[in-house]
Design a protein around this ligand. Structure first.
Ligand SMILES: CC(=O)SCCNC(=O)CCNC(=O)[C@H](O)C(C)(C)COP(=O)(O)OP(=O)(O)OC[C@H]1O[C@@H](n2cnc3c(N)ncnc32)[C@H](O)[C@@H]1OP(=O)(O)O
Ligand SMILES: O=C([O-])CC(=O)C(=O)O
Length: 380
């Protein structure tokens, strides 16, 4: 009997994991047993990192020392900043710039043999701490400004916004951004996490895993969709088109609606619910409801059309961009911000998998010719 082919590895179990669970039927996400709602509203991104990397929520003393260790790793070498400048000057896209700069960080890692016990988490902590510095520097240089040095007294979320703008964020902005980081930190064996695991399963270093994860996340079927959603909203706005008309035209042309659909969720993504609520709060307090109005109109229309019932429902990328816009973050930084959070999940999965490692190596059913007669070059 021929082996069953699972296109896109749908439903294939490849590992056991204690890290996160996605219940796609009811729309539930947990990190190590804790509901994402509770974590998003009650825990900082640093607490979530600790939970993912060390197995339990930290005590106050554990958190203090974890936060200090992470903050102490924020500075990046001048060589990396010079490369970031060159990438910005060349007009490189932010996700590609992040991929290049993250790879380069390894040159300055004191553990760069990277194969002894604990190296994955030690190096992972450095990468996680430095990615915001790289991203903020890239954006500052693009804007013709000098990079801002990290402030070790600020939170992971607060320090990023500070390095991006040069001004300490207000409490609402910091909390909103911190919540977004928590929501994006982990999500089972999504494509970028699996990519990182495949690389880690060869016992390559964690820089290779994270660099691969960034590449996988950048695509429009995965993390790149948050930027696509915002570009659609801007397009609708610039052309004064009715958002529903935009959806109808896209569907008539056979196109997909970015921010809708998911391999696992058959209902609305719980993270989209939380972000939508946050967007509603922000829109109400600022009085600017434009993005909320457009996104709501699109979701209502697709619900009426029966798409949501068929499982093509809003995913995390549908509402995140509108929230980032309220923080003044440029559209093409949305996917890099996703990477800045998800790096925590990539590292956790690689470290967990390597505890009982087995090389990941699936196979394809061969459909090419058989017994082809070889013809030497000079006779072809
Ligand atoms: C953080 C994240 O990665 S969340 C996902 C972010 N990506 C997006 O938002 C991009 C838009 N969404 C999609 O392309 C898909 O829903 C994916 C890639 C996320 C998941 O897709 P898969 O599980 O592989 O489903 P697949 O691509 O096989 O689609 C199944 C059916 O749903 C339809 N469909 C899926 N998503 C959409 C969408 N956003 N708009 C319109 N139709 C869609 C497909 O056209 C297909 O229809 P068909 O069976 O009539 O051909
Ligand atoms: O799980 C997935 O396939 C995609 C996703 O939502 C994520 O990575 O957050």
């Amino acid at each position: 009997m021929a082996d069953e082919l699972k296109r896109g590895l749908e439903g294939v179990l490849v590992a056991e994991s204690d890290l996160s669970y996605v219940d796609g039927e009811v729309g539930k996400l947990v990190y190590r047993g804790y509901d994402i709602e509770d974590l998003a509203r009650g825990a900082s991104y640093e607490e979530v990192l600790y939970l993912l990397w060390h197995g339990s929520l930290p005590t106050a003393a554990e958190l203090d020392s974890f936060v200090a260790d992470l903050a102490a790793e924020r500075e990046v070498n001048d060589g990396v900043i010079e490369t970031v400048r060159a990438l910005a000057d060349a007009g490189e896209r932010p996700m590609a710039a992040l991929r290049t700069a993250t790879s380069m960080l390894s040159a300055y890692d004191p553990d760069n043999e990277g194969d002894d016990d604990g190296a994955t988490l030690r190096q992972g902590r450095r990468i996680t701490a430095k990615i915001p510095t790289v991203l903020a520097a890239f954006e500052r240089v693009r804007q013709g400004e000098e990079p801002v040095a990290p402030d070790p007294d600020l939170s992971h979320a607060g320090n990023f916004l500070y390095m991006l703008t040069g001004t300490e964020p207000d409490a609402v902005s910091e909390e909103t951004f911190d919540m977004a980081l928590t929501l994006h930190a982990d999500h089972g064996l999504n494509a970028s996490t699996f990519t990182a695991m495949v690389i880690g399963s060869t016992m390559a270093d964690v820089y290779s895993s994270v660099t691969g994860g960034i590449g996988a996340l950048s695509g429009s079927l995965h993390g790149g969709a948050n930027q696509d959603v915002m570009e659609v909203l801007h397009d609708i706005d610039d052309s004064s088109k009715d958002p529903v008309q935009w959806v109808k035209d896209t569907r008539d042309d056979g196109g997909r609606i970015p921010g809708f659909g998911h391999r696992v969720y058959k209902v609305k993504d719980p993270r989209a619910n939380i972000l939508e609520e946050k967007l509603r709060d922000l829109a109400e307090s600022s009085g600017d409801t434009k993005w909320l109005d457009y996104t709501t109109a699109i979701e209502e229309y697709l619900t009426d059309q029966g798409l949501v019932e068929k499982g093509i429902a809003p995913n995390v990328d549908f509402y995140s961009g509108s929230v980032y816009d309220s923080l003044g973050i440029p559209v093409d930084m949305y996917t890099p911000i996703f990477a800045m959070s998800r790096v925590g999940g990539w590292i956790a999965h690689v470290a967990e998998y390597q505890e009982d490692n087995r090389l990941i190596r699936p196979r394809a059913r061969y459909t090419g010719p058989e017994d082809a007669a070889f013809v030497p070059l000079d006779e072809r």
